[in-house]
Design a protein. Sequence first.
Length: 542
Amino acid sequence: MLGLMQYHPLMISSAIEFAANYHGDTEIVSRRVEGDIHRTSYAEVNRRAKRIANALDAMQVARSARVGTLAWNGYRHFELYYGVSGSGRVLHTVNPRLHPEQMAWIINHAEDELLCFDITFLPLIKAIAGHCPGVKHWIALCDADKLPADTGVANLLSYEAWIGAASDQYAWPVFDENLASSLCYTSGTTGNPKGVLYSHRSTMLHAMAAGSPDVMGLSSRDCVLPVVPMFHVNAWGLPYLMAMVGCKVVFPGAQLDGKSIYELFESEQVNFSAGVPTVWQMLIGYLEANNLSLSTMKRTVIGGSACPPAMMDTFREKYGVTVFHAWGMTEMSPLGTYGTLKGKHELADWPTQRALLLKQGRPVCGVDMKIVDPEGNALPHDGKVSGDLMVRGSWIVKEYFKGEGGQILDHEGYFSTGDVANIDADGFMQITDRSKDVIKSGGEWISSIDVENIAMAHPAVAMAACIGIRHAKWDERPILVVVKKPNTDVSAREILQFYDGKIAKWQVPDDVQFVDAIPLGATGKMQKAKLREMFVNYALPQ
């Protein structure tokens, strides 16, 4: 027997329509790349998103076509989130921190037809435009008078002129909720990045779960500043959740230094934020150097990398800010766990609470988790035994875009995260290791294989291994361990210079160490675990 309830597909457009109807005058504040502070509202964002939809229709951009963005957190990027996806196209957020060659590869693999970018990225667009033949239109997120006379990019349009010519009268279409809504690429894999294609249904369910009281617990009474970039896993779902609850939004733009974030926190009365530890280190450094306090900021969620215990303590003791861990990945939309305490822990002493809060959190309802041994057998959730972490749920990937990587689920439909973890009886999960040899620096993945492959192209290198070394600011940084070819001589500096122009600067190893041999296993594979043991006491040059 079926239930007798109405069926309405879950549409991303419904979030901004709701916000416009019932929180229409709530402010959306942005620090623009032009340098000023811009103020708009949910009602205006909705109107301009409808202009985007009409502009795409006028260009005859088909449903499910990909529209790329290369932009910071701001109101124009926010409008694109809704105008593109709400009209049935697929929003593809591109990470500007990637090397230009990798960026062009991703744009071509996604088959982007348009690419919208902040004007500060014009030099980057000039470098890649000729390598992206599928992009029919390049759109600079600025007024027409801000376009340089000679841009060097064919078919370049001003965003304001583009949407200004379109009507704001538009009825959001209703279609199958399982149609694709957005596309993000993960670099947390070996080889080329892989695309994760989200649906309207998965995105809306993810946002609803994220907003629950045991997770982010946001409401219309909050003022949220998302530091996590909108090009990084859809800013952890915040652009959708913020509209769902109608809270005030403050977008920081490109300025993520401690002074700039502090000024926005205070002037706009921000009480909730989200970001990776490196940004909070800069904020704390600025606060301490200038003997400042935070008047309204009360909660922050930290993900991407583990929050250092000292940072959690400083936030709590000096500034009255509660830190919540979150864990997930691009393949999970990204939210998997969130670090709120359970009721029985509320009266526990601080050391007990702190130990729990330093873990990666408890599963969000909608995510199933298990840990398994190397043979795939389930392991107990006793908080002691560690195993490979597996996940499944309504907003977790079932296969990569274009089938890259083949079958990625086990016989029960679980996805392997590549992390090793333990889970206790209350559900608190703690990452204990990584099964992948990728390095996470400042919340961004660095492929050790990519780094090694470049080094191996050097004429004096016989073998190279890249491993991650703990770093106070960036969580991890790569170093390169090299075996020289016989009768050759090369310096660490020469090898590091060899990376120039081949990968992004932040992906280049911090140091090169020379050894006589790299430990190998029985099958000839490098034994990274033994290599890390060799360098356990190694200190990175500062």
